[in-house]
Design a protein around this ligand. Structure first.
Ligand code: 1HN
Length: 384
């Protein structure tokens, strides 16, 4: 290895509080630091030690109609197969240099599979999940277990499990993927294996209930033979009918005077691992919110980032200095410590209750494990 001819270290002497007097000797000292690849703390402290998180990421909204239209065009032009592995199109945060990262820790993508298509089997250390905002007909096959994917279903996919997908229906289907790729890329923990090019005929079967659901799909009941046997959640699909009823019941219980919501008119559930009540994935927390018509949530700021997808209804979302009208399928990112507030607004034509339903995923398990998790609800007296 030869030494770089141009040093990547670049130091500018400036006048300012806590800074040394700018003299030719100081400039010469700084050139010496640059040559030896050294950086003094006194020129960096403001950036390295901010008073609170200042995310490199920016709040941003991706509209579902645009995502779906482009994914559909990719469906006609781009084959799925070994090598590219998935027809997945990632959301790139506008201030992360064009990288396929929604936030510094989270990957979010729309994935699209044409009728009869198979996405080949592989496994990786990255933790992943799928969430379905519309459509049905794709089965994800995890360790040979075929799991149906339908509107509202949430499917966690802990790292290092073999998985493939196939579309058994006569129409294309889209869904979203969330993974911890940016985090694992930064900490250099990634492994990847190709599996079989084709899954077996038996694995193309479309059972209504997966093996995982038959073993783990009963509330509060665990199979004695398998307790403690898996790292991530052994329940491979969390079905919409349960999520919907849990949210509806929270709002009803609140109306009946028994509480249950996180704040008035705001029901929230977390998808948990039935073996221990922890998050379904070691690095990603997944939750679902139902905000009753006309309700505005209190602005909350949290360390770590989150991505939301509107599941149903319409509303207005404010993240820091950004504010958007949102409707079904739209996705937005909330960077670290940016206050988030949501108003549920009736969409007019909806025959339902007019509530706003949102799916959320975030990196809170990482922050909690590292003792870096903080959350704060802003009140009128807080500085803006
Ligand atoms: C992956 O395996 C899937 O299995 C989706 O559906 C997105 C993005 C990067 C790397 C692997 C999937 C992915 C991915």
């Amino acid at each position: 290895m030869t030494a770089p001819t141009v040093s990547p270290v670049s130091l500018t002497a400036v006048d300012g509080p806590g800074q040394p007097v700018v003299t030719p000797e100081l400039e010469d000292l700084y050139r010496g630091f640059e040559k030896e690849l050294l950086v003094p703390l006194w020129t960096e402290i403001g950036d390295l030690m901010p008073p609170h998180p200042r995310s490199k990421a920016q709040p941003h909204l991706w509209e579902w109609t645009k995502l779906l239209e482009l994914a559909g065009r990719a469906g006609n032009l781009v084959p799925v197969g070994r090598g590219g592995e998935r027809r997945a199109i990632a959301l790139a945060n506008p201030s992360l240099g064009g990288k396929p990262y929604a936030s510094p820790t989270l990957w979010a993508a729309i994935q699209y599979l044409m009728p009869g298509e198979d996405a080949p089997e592989h496994r990786h250390t990255q933790n992943a999940f799928r969430f379905v905002v519309e459509g049905e007909g794709v089965w994800t096959v995890v360790e040979g277990d075929g799991i149906p994917m339908r509107r509202g279903d949430f499917l966690p996919q802990a790292g290092w499990n073999w998985h493939a997908h196939h579309n058994a229906a006569s129409a294309p289907m889209a869904w979203i993927d969330g993974l911890d790729i940016p985090f694992q890329y930064e900490v250099e923990s990634q492994f990847f294996d190709f599996g079989r090019d084709e899954i077996s005929e038996a694995e193309h079967a479309t059972p209504d209930r997966s093996r995982s659901q038959r073993l783990w799909g009963y509330p509060g009941i665990a199979p004695v033979s398998a307790i403690g046997s898996t790292a991530g959640s052994p329940l491979l699909s969390y079905r919409w009918e349960n999520t919907d009823r849990a949210l509806a019941d929270q709002l009803l219980l609140e109306k009946e005077g028994f509480g249950g919501t996180v704040e008035p008119g705001h029901a929230a559930i977390r998808f948990t691992n039935p073996t221990n009540g922890a998050d379904v994935l070691p690095t990603i927390r997944t939750q679902f919110h139902r905000i009753a018509r006309g309700v505005e949530t209190a602005p909350v700021q949290t360390t770590g980032s989150s991505v939301y997808q509107v599941f149903d209804g319409a509303g207005r979302v404010t993240v820091g200095q950004f504010s958007w009208s949102v409707c079904r399928g739209d996705m937005f990112v909330v960077p670290s410590w940016q206050p988030l507030s949501i108003v549920s607004e009736a969409s007019g034509s909806d025959s339902d209750s007019g509530a706003l339903d949102l799916f959320e995923f975030n990196d809170a398990p990482l922050f909690e494990k590292l003792n870096l998790y903080r959350t704060h609800t802003l009140t009128a007296g807080d500085p803006s």
